[in-house]
Design a protein around this ligand. Structure first.
Ligand code: BES
Ligand code: ZN
Length: 843
């Protein structure tokens, strides 16, 4: 790590209030601005250092409060490398309050950070632009000179000079407008609460908004570009519920005065928790729920709840430094499930979350995993923190703690923490301490074992004369010697009774009369794998439908697949598990079964493809027969979603002719704009693409270009990576680097790399266009593109990928790249082990 002190501003001047005025010129793609910062000088100094990047500072002056108010000129010196400006007075400035005034200019960039331009096309095909902001982590300094560190909280009074015909929004309520002689309007907003720079936002363009919904006195609107008003109802309903529910959970009112949920056509991340002006990708806010899949609307609800949870957890109480972002992100991810669960219990969100937890376990089983909390100095190091370990592992251990303490006691601790630290900054341990005080449990020492070291245990369970013997070992795909341990909250169920233990030692005995049918990780909240001794496992498999809950069945399947990746079990054993689950009709369990079936499909050699397809066809049939190929009266959303998943497996993995034929019909109807069940339509889009000729490709491209809602548009876009031909794939890669929005291109490229047959072709394209990719796409994109490499498992490609990436480091996410590479290595070794075995098995 770089030295922390190199990255922190001196504390000689601290900001109190910013009066900020911005004047964007959308046509010229530039902006001017001025800012008056009320500061307190803490110790006599002759210079003030603050952050600025990609800005020209034209003028800087200082006025000492209460004095003769004559501004004193300051000499501004910019250091682009350090992203700082030093303002020199030439004479000593005495401690006390001063006003800094700066005028500056910048460029409205296309990099999706700082103050940037986003474009959109109207119904007549004309292009329009809007200007918007994305400041987290360290990009407020690209829009105005500021003390850009999360603990330097201040009040912000924003005003925007808006060109004629345009509108604008910012964090707070509008308090006034002054028409200018040239037709422009100066729009002024109320003071914000005391908050960090990274939470400031403003958007200027041809914006429209819904009527406000009153949420216990807080007006909430959805803001969007013209033509999208019909896609806003779902977000408003979800947002209103969430805001109310969260205020109740936290036992504190919403800290701002209004909430706008703003859909931005070009957006680097999924969404951003600017106070009162939450920004989103369009596809994560705007939807027609009658045409979207359960996964699509569920995701929108989670994203809205997540960002609104940040209004308290992150915005009102904020981390002192960037090494603390994991806690706000993990906690908001935990809260998004809790909130959506409260809103729509029938979506069984916590069961779906097990799939995310499994994905985190998967990354965390690599040697290249990391501790959740680690020291952060530079902006790049902060950027690298937003990953699956922060979000999904973090949320999993928060959930594990909540379940261990009970939800009520946990919530009491959270309430105490927020009440104590509101408007302030905290270290992560402040939360554990508050919960510890509220519950009298060893919260901090337990959580430290999960936060300060990477990895997680596999708990081995064996029957013993006196009960069940549990042994914890580090869980790694690629073996390495390591004797780390965790404080594992274990729940064992046996004979209808639950036994709770905090497993601290390596080996512990749980006294039981009948250990044979015991379930370890009962309820499935623990962040660890379970490996049962043979007879225990056989007993559970034999009676899984009766004895195990959905989440426990998911765990049994997913732990088996993980054991296959580690070499502790074989693909053949996994297929036996699938056979034992012929009765299964719960979505999460099928998601785990499907992951393994698709995975094995990648391992079999070309000569065995047909036999494997037939095998999968037989394995999926019983479930398809249970749920049928048509939507039935009275079905819930998860049953429909399961049907879509099974159609995908039958069509894509088994190449089932009947299902492919039906998919063609559904997709054709969808293409015509006829009403088709969204789950079937979405599944069919992929299945048909995989068989699609050039005419179909052209039709998909048209549909992408002319789509009427964002979810449908993305389905057709991403399916362009699934067409079977090599030339088709090359065309798609070309589109990704030309026509496709830079926010979506990384995900499309990742899908191209993941192509079942021509992944290596996609790799050679990506490799040769690396410079273009780096240049064109926002800085977070490279890790997203590279998430697609894991199945490039033929020996030559796998080695080439490793060699190329060794020479092309990715500073904003080297750890994540190392993880993608290690996954590739794990799967390459898996193919070497399993391909010959599968050939024998399928013969
Ligand atoms: N604070 C983040 C957005 C963010 C991410 C800013 C990375 C800067 C760097 C926001 O709260 C968030 O977590 N967004 C997620 C979506 C969320 C629902 C998981 C995202 O953008 O992926
Ligand atoms: Zn977040």
């Amino acid at each position: 790590m770089s030295d922390l002190h190199d990255h922190r501003l001196p504390r000689t001047a601290v900001p109190l209030r910013y009066d900020l005025r911005l004047e964007p010129d959308l046509d010229a793609a530039t902006f001017g601005g001025s800012v008056t910062i009320e500061c307190r000088i803490e110790a006599e100094t002759s210079e003030i250092v603050l952050n600025a990047a990609e800005l020209d500072i034209d003028e800087a002056t200082l006025t000492v409060a209460g004095h003769d108010a004559t501004p004193m000129p300051l000499a501004a010196e910019l250091d682009e490398g350090a992203e700082r400006a030093t303002l020199r007075a030439g004479v000593p400035i005495a401690p006390g309050e001063v006003e800094l005034r700066l005028t500056f200019r910048g460029v409205l960039n296309d990099q999706l950070r700082g103050f940037y331009l986003s474009t959109w096309t109207d119904a007549d095909g004309a292009e329009h632009v809007l200007a918007t902001t994305q400041f987290e982590s360290t990009n407020a300094r690209r829009a105005f000179p500021c003390f850009d560190e999360p603990d330097l909280k201040a009040v912000f009074a924003v005003s925007l000079l808006v060109p004629p015909g345009l509108e604008c929004v910012s964090c707070e309520t509008e308090i006034g407008r002054d028409e200018q002689p040239d037709g422009a309007t100066l729009v002024r907003f109320a003071d914000t609460m005391l908050m960090s720079t990274y939470l400031v936002a403003f958007v200027v363009g041809e914006l429209e908004w819904t009527d406000p919904v009153d949420v216990d006195g807080v007006p909430m609107r959805v803001v969007h570009v013209p033509g999208k008003a019909h896609l806003t109802d779902f977000a408003l309903e979800c947002g209103a519920f969430s805001l109310r529910w969260l205020a109740d959970y936290f036992d504190l009112p919403y800290p701002g005065n209004k909430v706008d949920l703003v859909a931005i056509p070009d957006f680097a991340f999924g969404a951003m928790e600017n106070l009162g002006c939450v920004t989103f990708r369009e596809a994560l806010l705007l939807t027609d729920p009658d045409q979207a899949t359960q996964a699509e609307v569920g995701r929108i609800a989670l994203v809205i709840a997540h960002e609104l949870a940040h209004m308290w957890f992150g915005d009102l109480v904020t981390m002192e430094w960037w090494d603390g972002i994991w806690l706000k992100e993990a906690f908001a991810t935990f809260m998004e499930m809790a909130c959506v669960h409260a809103w729509k219990p029938e979506w069984r969100q916590w069961e779906q979350f097990t799939v995310d937890r499994a994905a985190a376990l998967d990354t965390d089983a690599l040697r290249s995993t990391r501790a959740i909390e680690f020291p952060v100095g530079s902006p790049d190091e902060a950027e690298a923190m937003y990953d699956i370990l922060t979000y999904e592992k973090g949320a999993s251990i928060v959930r594990m703690l909540e379940q261990y303490l009970t939800p009520e006691r946990f919530r009491d601790g959270v309430r105490a923490y927020l009440a104590r630290h509101q408007f302030g900054n905290t270290r992560n341990s402040d939360l554990w301490d508050a919960i510890e005080e509220a519950t009298d449990e060893p919260v901090r020492s337990t959580m430290d074992t999960w936060i300060l070291q990477g990895g997680h245990p596999v708990v081995e369970a064996e029957a013993d004369d006196d009960g069940l013997r549990l042994t914890q070992r580090v869980n790694r795909y690629l073996a390495d010697d390591d004797d780390r341990r965790w404080s594992v909250p274990v729940v064992v169920r046996s004979g209808g009774r639950e036994h709770r233990r905090l497993l601290v030692d390596r080996v512990e005995l749980v006294r039981l009369d009948d250990p044979i049918a015991a379930v370890v990780n009962a309820g499935g909240h623990g962040f660890y794998r379970v490996q049962y001794a043979t007879e225990l496992r056989a007993a559970l498999l034999a009676d899984a439908s009766e004895q195990l809950s959905t989440v426990e069945r998911f765990g049994l399947v997913d732990d088996t697949w993980s054991a296959v990746l580690s070499g502790r079990a074989t693909a053949a054993e996994f297929l036996d598990v699938v056979r034992a689950f012929a009765f299964e009709h719960d979505l999460p369990v099928w998601r785990a079964l499907g992951t393994g079936l698709r995975g094995i499909g990648r391992l079999v050699g070309p000569d065995d493809h047909d036999r494997y397809r037939a095998e999968v066809g037989e394995l999926v049939r019983p479930a398809l027969d249970i749920c049928g190929l048509e939507v039935a009266e009275g079905e819930g959303p998860l049953e429909r979603q399961l049907r879509g998943l099974l159609v995908g497996l039958a069509g894509s993995v088994a190449h089932d002719d009947e299902v492919i034929g039906l998919a063609r019909g559904w997709q054709a109807a969808d293409q015509r704009g006829d009403a088709v069940d969204p789950e079937l339509a979405a599944a069919a889009v992929t299945v048909v693409a995989e068989q699609g000729d050039d005419a179909t490709y052209a039709a998909y491209l048209d549909r992408f270009r002319g789509a009427t809602n964002p979810q449908q548009q993305l389905r057709y876009l991403y399916a362009l990576a699934a067409f079977p031909g090599r030339a088709q794939l090359e065309r798609t890669i070309d589109l990704a680097l030309t026509e496709v929005r830079s926010q979506n291109a990384p995900f499309l490229l990742a899908r191209c790399l993941d192509h079942g047959e021509h992944g290596a072709v996609a790799w050679s394209e990506v490799r040769s266009r690396w410079a273009e990719i780096t240049e064109r796409l926002p800085s977070v994109s490279l890790t997203r593109v590279l998430s697609g490499i894991r199945w490039l498992i033929d020996d030559d490609t796998s080695a080439d990928v490793a060699a190329f990436l060794a020479e092309h480091p990715v500073p904003q996410g080297q750890k994540t790249v190392d993880q993608h590479l290690e996954k590739l290595q794990v799967l390459t070794e898996l193919r070497r082990r399993e391909q010959p075995r599968l050939a024998t098995l399928l013969a």
